[in-house]
Design a protein around this ligand. Structure first.
Ligand code: GCO
Ligand code: MG
Length: 393
């Protein structure tokens, strides 16, 4: 565990041939649950195993656990899986994207995060991202009358929601938000034109019918996607949203397995699947999700917030460069300290990330430096309605 600006859990696997691989095991705000699962229940099973048998080890950790799925276990499995792909790449002398089948594109289109205290500040931030070369930008704004709207940080490039030992309380008002959101995107389209893809994260706040209304009201601004418009425990709820709007729908950053999204995909209720390496069982499982999605023209849009470490980002970029049905990759820049603790081969240029040509996932951990940033417990905020009722953050 290390905290170079925020907490990360990293698993390192070492072989008797002298190779090592790393995998991200970070579950934001629940770090120690994954550490305990790894230490108590996973690591003892790995000692002495053949590191080349990625699939068999995946099955051992998934089927062999009896208690299947769930974010803690799937994050632990993902860490092992990523480290083993890293080792396989190093053993072969190839970057992981080559092992998967080679590059399907020259670079991975990413979207950055523009956020501001109000409409003008957010629109200005969108402009700043366009100047940095981004082809796609997610826009989130403070909302007058809503205390602590989602996505608006104190910092700009390094917005971090998990910033308190006990969950910070934010407030939510759906009507105010529904009236506000079209005004935000009206200003952004007017000021920045049609040549930038715009995205928006609703962060699970609306009921299905409200999500339908929001999608409709944003249609004139041609969003690339509207994300997590309603909680997804009930996958069927998306049929109602879908029937109301042509705004594309993205879901899945909190999914940990193919079973969380199979109905959404098979019924063509979403356009982008947001599952990523660290929370969805690693590269081995994510490629099954992508394979199912490809049958239904659902494209990938991997989660890439800063609570996913560079080890996840590296692995995701190899996956993205290869996966036939790629859509977009989220890219929230890490702090300089984080980048130093995790030296990496991936690089950003003109709106695209490339995983680089280093063998494996192309990301390592500087353990000496990591030790200088001890774990610092933090939790994500919670949200309440103005009458005190608990809501979805
Ligand atoms: C996103 C996400 C994040 C999450 C965070 C939780 O779209 O990037 O919604 O901002 O809130 O990853 O740990
Ligand atoms: Mg999100």
């Amino acid at each position: 565990m290390t905290c170079p600006g925020r907490n990360f859990v990293t698993l390192k696997i070492v072989t008797d041939q002298g190779l090592h691989g790393i995998g991200d095991a970070t579950l934001n705000g629940r770090e120690k649950a994954v550490v305990a699962y790894l230490e108590e229940h996973v690591v003892p099973l790995l000692i002495g195993k053949d590191a080349s048998r990625i699939e068999d080890i995946w099955q051992l950790l998934y089927r062999g656990a009896y208690w299947r799925r769930g974010p803690v276990k799937m994050t632990a499995i993902a860490a092992v899986d990523t480290a083993l792909w890293d080792i396989k790449g190093k053993a072969a002398g190839m970057p992981v994207y080559q092992l998967l089948g080679g590059a399907s594109r020259d670079g991975v289109m990413v979207y950055g995060h523009a956020n501001g205290a109000d409409i003008q500040e957010t629109s200005d931030e969108v402009g700043r991202y366009i100047e940095m070369g981004y082809k796609a930008v997610r826009a989130q704004s403070g909302i007058p009358g809503v205390k602590g709207a989602y996505g608006v940080g104190r910092g700009k490039l390094h917005y971090e929601p998990a910033d308190a030992t006990l969950p910070a309380e934010t407030l939510w008002n759906t009507s105010t938000y529904l009236n506000f959101a079209p005004k935000l995107f009206d200003r952004i389209r007017n000021e920045h034109g049609d040549n930038v893809e715009l995205l928006h994260d609703v962060h699970h706040r609306l009921t299905p019918i409200e999500a339908g209304r929001l999608g409709q009201s944003l249609e004139p601004y041609r969003l690339f996607w509207m994300e997590d418009c309603t909680p997804v425990e009930n996958q069927e709820a998306f049929r109602l949203v879908r029937n109301k709007t042509t705004t594309p729908l993205a879901v899945g950053e909190i999914f940990s397995s193919i079973y969380d999204c199979k109905d959404l995909i098979q019924n063509q209720l979403i356009d982008y699947i947001r599952a990523t390496v660290v929370h969805a069982g690693g590269i081995t499982h994510l490629r099954q999700i992508a394979g199912l999605a490809a049958l239904y023209q659902v494209r990938t849009g991997c989660h890439g917030a800063t609570d996913l470490s560079p080890a996840c980002m590296g692995a995701a970029l190899h996956f993205d460069l290869w996966v036939p049905n790629f859509g977009i990759q989220e890219y929230m820049r890490h702090t300089e300290e984080t980048d130093e603790v995790f030296p990496h081969a991936y690089s950003f240029s003109d709106g695209y990330l490339h995983p680089g040509e280093a063998p494996g996932i192309g990301v390592d951990i500087d353990e000496e430096l990591a030790a200088k940033f001890p774990y610092n417990p933090k939790q994500l905020p919670i949200a309440r309605l103005y009458d005190g009722t608990m809501w979805n953050w």
